[in-house]
Design a protein around this ligand. Structure first.
Ligand SMILES: [Zn+2]
Length: 65
């Protein structure tokens, strides 16, 4: 009799650590000593992270007076 069932290995999740970045990192901004989370892959703290503006379909938004 042919065996058709797929066999898998028992899931062993105990020896798998979550990916972490180096501990005790601080913000890359000059003079900012905000400590970053080891799970945060960014180089800046929340307030120094480069601001990303949402894409506005090619329109250039100007501050008009
Ligand atoms: Zn900062």
């Amino acid at each position: 009799m042919q065996e058709t069932a797929l066999k898998g290995r028992k899931f062993a999740g105990s020896n798998r650590a979550p990916k972490t970045y180096s501990t005790a990192r601080t913000c890359a901004h000059k003079g900012c000593g905000t400590q970053l989370s080891q799970y945060n892959k960014r180089e800046h703290c929340y307030s120094h992270a480069p601001t990303k503006y949402p894409r506005l379909r090619g329109r250039i938004v100007k501050a008009e007076a």
